[in-house]
Write a protein that binds this ligand. Structure first.
Ligand code: PMT
Length: 402
């Protein structure tokens, strides 16, 4: 979002109070937010609120501003990277569908070259009315991006569709608008999270993987246009939108899901923390506590990455991770060779802000051409840097294949 210019149109819905948090989030991500409000919107939240949050003048009406800004509807939309209209009332949706320009917001949209994102919010019956549905269909035909309202309890006390979409959903739409679409046509397969190897009906062996790294790879790949299949062990993370999610528990289930989906993939990234071993026996009843020591016999699981390395096609790109506590680069290089991967992403699992279950990571990208250590970044920025690197590998792999 950094540096992105967002023209934020707010209309007369009681949900207008919700988007104050949206403006604040965008500003925190260093976006430049300029707010336009319809006259009706100012009855729900004062322009002062949005002026304070955005740090810029709030525009409410094209006739109530100084002469020097008489062309605000042109200048405001002229250099916007996106126009976000939230909440969007039935009235504003109707105005936009008809191409009207009788207030600053609708005039600015008409004058805009930037993409327009519309977030409807209204009473369920108003949303379902054929006139509103026809207007929304017209906006889609005009190329506007409609972020579907959610279902739930509405301000009018009813329960049903018409509730303003959640900010995370809308943020994802904006991120995709701003992301370079350099992964279109790519089928991407990602594994994420831990596996659970049962001991008895109550207990299992697992690890500290939260899935955050793999989910960040899935989210960022989708934004950049890829078709993403995410094979995930148990996590508490929200499902990244428009990703084909396959949930598994054990290493064996993950291996089977990978075997099924790997052939169709152009790029495979194995970020999952797959258990190397599982109990030799799984007790059918809960193991009772005894005073004596308990001996566990473990047997090895399939090394999925090594199997992929042996079986993949030359036109596929195979990326593994390495969770190391020491000898990071040597271990990463060893795995690169041993697993026949194109790249190994090494991360330190002892660091407080790297590896398992934190929102940041500092990785070293190891390829046949050398090692590149990235800075300490968010897992989302780390994921984007990994994709940037993959794009160069992608060229290399295709050139070699030619
Ligand atoms: O999920 P988070 O909380 O965000 O944490 C991220 C992470 C630390 C889990 C992630 O960045 C990471 O390092 N994932 C790999 C963890 C792991 O299993 O590393 P490893 O060095 O043990 O395995 C090496 C590679 O072989 C990995 O790509 C792994 O997916 C793969 N593997 C391992 C064992 C196995 N039986 N089959 C495999 O395919």
């Amino acid at each position: 979002m950094q540096g992105r210019k967002i023209l934020f149109g707010i209309t007369g819905s009681v949900a207008a109070f919700k988007v104050a948090g949206w403006v604040s989030s965008l500003v925190k991500e260093d976006a430049q937010v300029t707010v336009m409000m319809t006259e009706a919107a100012t009855h729900f939240v004062t322009p002062l609120t949005f002026g304070a949050l955005s740090g810029h003048q709030v525009y409410t009406d094209m006739f109530s501003i100084g002469a020097e800004e008489m062309m605000a509807h042109i200048t405001l939309s002229g250099d916007a990277d996106a126009i976000l209209i939230a909440p969007a009332t039935a009235q504003t949706i109707a105005r936009l569908a008809q191409g009207m320009a009788d207030n600053l917001l609708s005039a600015a949209v008409l004058a805009a070259a930037a993409p327009v994102v519309v977030c409807p919010a209204m009473n369920t019956k108003m949303l379902a009315h054929p006139a509103t549905q026809r207007n929304l269909a017209t906006l889609q035909e005009l190329g506007y991006l409609i972020v579907e309202p959610e279902s739930g309890s509405l301000a009018c006390g009813e329960v049903g569709s018409g509730r303003l979409a959640e900010w995370e959903t809308v943020r994802e739409v904006l991120q995709r608008l701003f992301a370079e679409q350099d992964l279109t046509q790519q089928q991407v397969l990602i594994t994420a999270g831990p596996t659970r190897e049962a001991l008895d009906p109550a207990r299992y062996l697992s690890n500290r993987s939260s899935g955050k790294m793999g989910y960040a790879l899935a989210r960022t790949a989708r934004r950049r246009g890829a078709q993403v299949t995410l094979i995930s062990g148990p996590t508490n993370l929200p499902v990244p939108p428009e990703v084909n999610l396959i949930l598994v528990q054990t290493a064996a289930e993950m291996a089977e899901a990978v075997r099924e989906h790997a052939p169709a993939a152009h790029i495979i990234i194995k970020a999952a923390a797959v258990a190397d071993f599982r109990p030799k026996e799984v007790a059918s009843l809960k193991i009772k506590k005894q005073d004596a020591d308990l001996q566990l016999d473990l047997v090895p699981n399939q090394d999925i990455l090594a199997t992929l390395g042996r079986e993949r096609r030359s036109d596929q790109i195979l990326i593994g991770f390495a969770a190391e506590s020491n000898n990071h680069e040597d271990e990463g290089r060893r795995k690169l060779e041993a697993k026949k991967a194109d790249m190994i992403v090494v991360n330190d699992i002892l660091g407080k802000r790297t590896g398992f279950d934190v929102d940041t990571n500092q990785v070293t990208l190891i390829t046949r051409d050398g090692a590149e250590q990235l800075a300490l970044l968010s897992k989302e920025e780390t994921a984007n840097s990994i994709w940037d690197k993959v794009m160069t590998l992608g060229k290399v792999a295709k050139n070699e294949a030619e």
